[in-house]
Design a protein around this ligand. Structure first.
Ligand SMILES: Cc1ncc(COP(=O)(O)O)c(C=O)c1O
Length: 321
């Protein structure tokens, strides 16, 4: 399973208005555990084994929106490390069910509190790691996360486009993907645009645009958007930033499936909406690459459930994009 992580396919989208650009999507949902976080989890565990933070039988704890927990669960199980994950209560049932059946100890905490509050998922995980002497993976600050994307995602994007990539559109959960892949790409061609796709309510896109004094809002998309700048997120790499509403994100997630048969999660809807806006603004042909970050099977009860969408006023019409 470990050998199947990464080297995901790159596909051109033909059924969206991409203006004069070519839009490619890298199918991170094809990783063996269903998301881009396979790369992060493997890199963090390998690095911890190498530097002695992990030894046989030691427990691991992670604060996660779900995907990192699922990837860690698979890898930790293979390697014999017991895992605890701290998950905010807005995360989808499918992810929590999966963690449970993988034998993970799941601790649910509040989504409605922010950094500094003892129930905030990151603070909570850090406290338990100290109390119980667990290895805290800390994907928000652990540089093995950045390294995963600098060593794999970035080079794959460069090789698969034969160096013809003009822009990379990506979200920020921890910043590992943006910083690692973005840094690799900029080192190979400083003219490549790194484009942040951010859920409306997150403070990252406003920060990039120099809008200060904003209060973080809330959003339903999972996995990306933050109310703080993670240590692993190098905002200086970003050339353009787009804030995408939940309505837009959910419509694009559904359209990606109905038009292209790519069943991806809601963060991919944010990335697709931002990528299309970027493409439509260009006056010269460009090759733009974005990601399908995780599998949509994890959101069948939400983005692909008519009742849930209705309840959250997100039903819209997926063909009025
Ligand atoms: C579900 C999900 N998790 C995480 C990320 C980004 O990961 P990170 O910033 O932690 O590298 C994405 C991507 O853009 C995502 O869609």
């Amino acid at each position: 399973m470990l050998d199947l992580i990464g080297n995901t396919p790159l596909l051109q989208l033909h059924r969206f208005d991409t203006g004069c650009c070519r839009l490619l999507i890298k199918l991170e949902c094809n990783n063996p555990n269903g998301s881009i976080k396979d790369r992060t989890a493997l890199s963090i565990i390998n690095a911890a084994e190498k530097n002695g933070d992990l030894c046989p039988g030691k427990g691991i704890i992670e604060a996660t929106a779900g995907n990192t927990g699922i990837s860690l669960a698979a890898i930790a199980r293979m390697k014999g490390y017991p895992l605890t994950t701290v998950v905010p209560d807005k995360m989808s049932r499918e992810k929590i069910d999966l963690l449970n059946i993988m034998g993970v100890h799941v601790v649910i905490t509040r989504s409605d509190v922010s950094r500094g509050h003892p129930d905030y998922y990151l603070d909570f995980a850090e406290t338990i790691s100290r109390e119980k002497d667990l290895f805290y993976t800390n994907q928000f600050a652990n540089t093995a996360n950045i390294d995963a994307h600098y060593r794999t995602t970035g080079p794959e994007l460069w090789q698969q486009t034969e160096g013809q990539i003009d822009a990379f559109v990506c979200g920020v959960g921890t910043g590992g993907t943006l910083t690692g892949a973005g840094r690799y790409l900029k080192e190979h061609n400083p003219d490549i645009d790194i484009v942040l796709a951010d859920p409306e309510g997150s403070l990252l896109a406003p920060k990039v645009k120099g809008q200060s004094g904003m209060e973080a809002g809330s959003w339903l998309v999972e996995g990306i958007g933050e109310d703080f700048v993670p240590d692993n997120c190098d905002l200086s790499l970003i050339d353009h930033a787009f804030s995408i509403t939940d309505q837009d994100a959910f419509q694009h997630t559904r359209a990606l499936f109905s038009r292209e048969l790519i069943l991806a999660g809601t963060s991919s809807g944010v990335l697709l909406a931002a990528a299309l806006q970027y493409c439509q603004q260009q006056t010269q042909p460009k090759t733009v690459v974005t990601l399908a970050c995780d599998t949509g099977y994890r959101y069948l009860s939400k983005a692909f459930n008519a009742d849930w969408l209705e309840q959250h006023h997100l039903a819209g019409d997926c063909e009025t994009l």
